[in-house]
Design a protein around this ligand. Structure first.
Ligand SMILES: O=c1[nH]c(=O)n([C@H]2C[C@H](O)[C@@H](COP(=O)(O)O)O2)cc1CO
Length: 145
């Protein structure tokens, strides 16, 4: 199953790149559980990557939605607020995808209540986490899919 599972990893790009290296480490762990369609979110040279693609805004949006549709699971790291990540969560939730929201427990910011309020213990999971907890947390999440 894990070889075929498709995972969309969402993390801030335009919202700020302060957790880019964390995104890369999460993506590496997610590869144990499936194909990560949005590996570019962890790219340390995201500006160069996106420039090389030369996509229009319309192409960027269309491809994003295609990948969300193709995915079985959305994993969103939400510590850095991002409009795009919020949009991806809302679209994925409407598509009835399985969703894991990751929020750093020690962050001084707050996860929006309307996201936290979607937690239902089955299809939409919100986890306040510390990085060392990620391996066990991901194992538990994917074992229940
Ligand atoms: O060119 C892009 N392509 C793309 O797929 N995204 C997606 C992936 C990320 O999970 C999310 C980040 O949104 P934002 O750029 O608003 O922080 O949007 C974001 C951009 C840059 O806005």
């Amino acid at each position: 199953m894990s070889a075929k599972r498709k995972i969309f990893f969402a993390g801030s790009i335009g919202g700020g790149r302060q957790y880019q290296d964390l995104y890369m480490r999460i993506i590496e762990q997610l590869k144990l559980y499936g194909n990560v369609l949005s590996e570019f979110v962890g790219n340390p040279d995201i500006d160069g990557f996106l420039q090389d693609l030369q996509w229009t805004d319309k192409q960027c949006h269309e491809q994003d939605v295609i990948w969300l549709q193709e995915s079985d699971v959305l994993v969103a790291e939400c510590t850095q607020p991002s409009l795009g990540v919020g949009y991806e969560i809302a679209r994925s939730e409407a598509m009835m995808k399985k969703i894991l929201i990751l929020f750093q427990a020690e962050s001084e910011s707050e996860l929006p209540r309307k996201i936290r309020g979607l937690h239902n213990d089955t299809t939409f999971i919100v986890k306040d986490y510390r990085e060392e907890e990620l391996p066990g947390l991901l194992k538990d999440f994917f074992s229940k899919l």
